[in-house]
Design a binder for this molecule. Structure first.
Ligand code: ZN
Length: 375
């Protein structure tokens, strides 16, 4: 078995966790990027570092074969956390007495995964020198990856397999499928009128929206995985005025683009037939994340991971989940993606975030073995 330097890993993990790197902390993000880049430089690789967005967040790509047009294996990890500057001072990296549990801001989500990418790359380069690897680190994942999206997708477009090193679920489970998300804004325009003196002159946008919300929620189908939620509703001006306007924002989760198209046709029909006369209805998409859809290579990947897990006598499940991640962006480019590849962690985005340290080495060997099967 390849040697995994756990001592070095734990030392680096402590150092990385102890750098505040919230998505808006450019100084901290740069320090984390410096640290990561230095690791790759120490093994003779040349990270390509750019600045993104107005605030200049660091974005890092490391290629083992910079001249190659294709990438076999793409490792993805974000350097940002959801925690504000000053969090480290309050609760720095700590280990439980038996050393089995690590705590600290971003320890699982996902500094442990970021480091895992480095350790895998270092060993894979030696054991599979022809394997073309790229490591991508963005710094805006926790705020939607808007600035890094295009760069990541450009690499994904030429990559065969993508490994997203977001935390693995406790129990060692991976995520192979994620739903897509569409934010749908529906606007109703009615006619204002005095609710006491001239109620018949008005056309209530709120009443029309109430009907639309019922119809939209009725499109939820847990069997096929389509879910609709009216999360925000705004409308009207005063209780004695028939509402001239109402707007609602819906979160729609879907499993495939085909399902989304079907949903949009129903949405068109709902908006074309408001239940209140003289109310007009329109809808627009305010945002969208593609689904992470498995392709034929995903099956290969799962089989390799299963076979390798068998050898280690562990039994991870492969989960289909509703939440989106950057894995969805890779998948949309045709790359076979496995997500949740990092060490086992839970309670992320909270003060209770923890990482199970025994899973670090296990995850390393599991991924290493499976990836060698792709070489
Ligand atoms: Zn994350």
């Amino acid at each position: 078995m390849a040697i995994f330097n756990k001592e070095e890993y734990m030392r680096d993990l402590e150092a990385l966790v102890n750098i505040d790197s919230g998505s808006h902390d450019i100084d901290g993000l740069n320090k984390v990027a410096d640290f990561i880049c230095a690791k790759y430089e120490s093994i003779g690789l040349t990270p390509v570092r750019t600045q993104q967005g107005e605030s200049g967040r660091p974005y890092v790509e490391v290629f083992t074969h910079p001249e190659a047009e294709e990438v076999d294996v793409l490792f993805l990890g974000h350097l940002d956390t959801v925690f504000d500057k000053g969090t480290v001072a309050e609760r720095p990296f700590t280990l439980s007495e038996d050393g089995k549990v690590a705590y600290g801001p971003g320890v699982g989500d996902m500094k442990a995964g970021d480091l895992m990418a480095f350790h895998l790359t270092r060993v894979l380069r030696e054991e599979c020198p022809d394997l073309k690897i790229c490591v991508c680190h963005n710094s805006d994942e926790e705020i939607g990856s808007e600035d890094s999206e295009h760069a990541m997708q450009a690499v994904a477009a030429k990559s065969r397999y993508g490994f997203v090193l977001e935390p693995g679920r406790v129990g060692g489970h991976f995520v192979y499928q994620r739903k897509g998300v569409a934010d749908i804004v529906i606007s109703c325009k009615g006619i204002a009128s005095h609710a006491g003196n001239a109620p018949k002159d008005g056309a209530s946008a709120i009443l029309a929206m109430a009907d639309i919300i019922q119809k939209m929620h009725a499109l939820t189908d847990f069997e096929t995985g389509l879910t609709v939620n009216a999360g925000v509703v705004k409308g009207g001006s005063a209780s004695n005025v028939v509402a001239a306007e109402c707007e609602a924002v819906f979160d729609v989760r879907y499993t495939s683009f085909a399902q989304l198209a079907e949903f949009e046709a129903k949405l068109d029909a709902i908006c074309a037939a408001p239940a209140v006369d003289r109310v007009s209805v329109s809808w627009k998409k305010a945002g969208q994340m593609p689904p992470m859809e498995p392709n034929e290579n995903t099956e290969t990947l799962m089989n390799l991971l299963r076979a390798e897990a068998e050898k280690l006598d562990i039994h991870p499940d492969f989960l289909s989940v509703g939440g989106a991640s950057d894995g969805s962006l890779l998948s949309a480019m045709g790359c076979a993606v496995m997500d949740g590849c990092g060490p086992e962690s839970d309670k992320y985005h909270s003060v209770d975030e923890f990482l199970l340290t025994d899973s670090i080495e296990q995850r390393f060997h599991l991924l290493l073995g499976a990836i060698k099967g792709l070489a």
